[in-house]
Ligand binder design. Structure first.
Ligand code: NAD
Length: 446
């Protein structure tokens, strides 16, 4: 799904005109069907610590073409900067400057990933150095060209770099699955989680529920999770029953028609799962609506449904699933849909932003509740994604929103789905209460 402006710019006259006028020239993003390999190589691992050696070996074990220097490489697929032992801001230069000379050798769609420690430490110089990695990475992401991305992994002190979620996050960021994720950090806070037994079908043997699955991002999530091996339960309102049945047939999924805001929806879902002997390993809370208006024109019939669908239903559903005690698997992963509007706010979206900021706080609290059960909860915050929801935005506002990110284009539903598939995997067990933005480094918020 390419927008009309991008199609024009990619034509010869359009490209020339854009160059002359300095207009945005979005690059074609490479996705799973273009670059299916698990790691975009060759990968250059920079850093002199024992952790850098460990990461290089882990990537070698994955079958990646790993180097420790740029040498004469003409085209570099990925660069990993391992900065786990920084003590002072002055340590940063020797780590990042080798990349400066190699920037022009980065291949289209290349990946840069930093692995460092969170800045929250009492030693001031160390904290400053660690904080520096975040500023460096976010700026670098703005400088990447040709659909290339830059992201970071923050590994809590005391967690070794070979924790399952570090490797999982690294592979996600180094693959084409993170095409629309750039300028972002994921924190790994524990060694929980385990590598999937099936490298090509990481969700094999797992059952996932997707709410709001009949269309848009929800349908893409269901398709991606199914392609990764999961058995699906797909849920949507009765009014979307035809599309839901079609999707269920396509994916051999179990459909359930349910309005998530209806009284007793959670209990009905539990009864439905019990009747079929199903237990959920992943719960994707995607159903969501907008009813935009300035606060000056806001009424209860616009405010209440947005809060009810986007956040209250999520609390009720997860409460019912947890209280049932027999419909969740051991390493359950809850992934909820937030939004960049919930992070930065957005004119005309006080109701929507309240609900989505609520989602981010909710997953943090839920993660603490799930931790003793070996489970996690996280959120994904999409920026501008090309769906029926965003097609309703007035044309000029839509065009501005679509370009206001480092990749100068809207993302596709599959980009959100890829991030969710990673967070739904057993590997991601060490990531909890996080919100990962899938927004092309949208210029709003952090
Ligand atoms: P969409 O409107 O295309 O699809 C939403 C789906 O949710 C529909 O199938 C709808 O029937 C279902 N749904 C709505 N209310 C429901 C209810 N009460 N019970 C059960 N199902 C219900 O929207 P989308 O663009 O695919 O968005 C999916 C999610 O992603 C939403 O939570 C949305 O807020 C979020 N999001 C989207 C964007 C974007 O750019 N499209 C950006 C940020 C966040």
């Amino acid at each position: 799904m390419t927008d009309a402006y991008t199609r024009f710019i990619r034509s010869t006259p359009g490209g020339l005109l854009a160059k002359q006028l300095g207009l945005p020239r979005p690059s074609r993003l490479l996705r799973r069907e273009d670059r299916p390999e698990p790691v975009l190589g060759p990968v250059v691992v920079l850093g002199a610590s024992a952790g850098a050696d460990r990461i290089a070996h882990l990537l070698l074990d994955q079958g990646a073409d790993v180097r420790r220097r740029f040498d004469e490489l003409r085209s570099v697929g990925s660069v990993v900067l391992v900065a786990d032992e920084l003590e002072a801001p002055a340590d940063l230069g020797s780590l990042v400057l080798p990349l400066a000379g190699a920037m022009r050798t980065l291949a289209p769609g290349a990946r840069v990933v930093t692995i460092s420690r969170p800045a929250s430490t009492e030693e001031a110089s160390r904290a400053a150095a660690r904080g520096g990695v975040e500023g460096f990475l976010r700026s670098l992401a703005h400088e990447m060209r040709g659909g290339a991305t830059a992201n970071g992994i923050l590994v809590r002190d005391g967690v070794e770099l070979d924790a399952p979620a570090v490797l999982g996050a690294l592979r996600f960021f180094l693959s084409s699955r993170s095409a629309f994720v750039t300028g972002q950090f994921l924190t790994v806070s524990s060694t929980d989680g385990s590598a999937s037994e099936n490298a090509t079908l990481p969700l094999a043997g797992r059952t996932a529920l997707v709410t709001g699955a009949a269309r848009g991002i929800g349908a893409a999530i269901a398709r991606t999770l199914a392609a990764d091996g999961a058995q699906l339960v797909v849920l949507d309102v009765p009014g979307a029953g035809t599309e839901l049945s079609r999707l269920a047939n396509e994916l051999r999924a179990v459909p359930i028609q349910l309005d998530v805001t209806s009284a007793g929806a959670g209990e009905r879902l539990v009864a439905f799962l019990r009747e079929r002997g199903l237990s959920l390993d992943a719960v994707v809370l995607n159903a969501g609506i907008t009813r935009d208006k300035l606060l000056a024109n806001m009424t209860a019939d616009r405010w209440d449904p947005v809060l009810a669908v986007n956040i209250t239903s999520q609390i009720a559903l997860t409460d019912a699933l947890l209280e049932a005690g027999d419909v969740l698997g051991e390493q359950v992963r809850v992934v909820s849909l937030a939004s960049t509007s919930g992070i930065a706010g957005n004119r005309g979206q006080t109701n929507y932003a309240a609900s989505k900021a609520g989602v981010m706080a909710f997953v943090d609290a839920l993660a603490a509740r799930l931790a003793p059960l070996g489970g996690t909860a996280n959120a994904v915050a999409p920026g501008f994604i090309e769906t029926e929801m965003t097609a309703k935005i007035p044309a000029l506002t839509r065009e501005v929103a679509r370009r206001a990110n480092s990749l100068q284009q809207g993302g596709l539903p599959v980009d959100v789905a890829e991030a969710i598939s990673f967070l739904a995997s057993t590997e991601a067990g060490g990531i909890r209460g996080e919100t990962l933005r899938v927004c092309g480094q949208n210029m709003v918020g952090r």
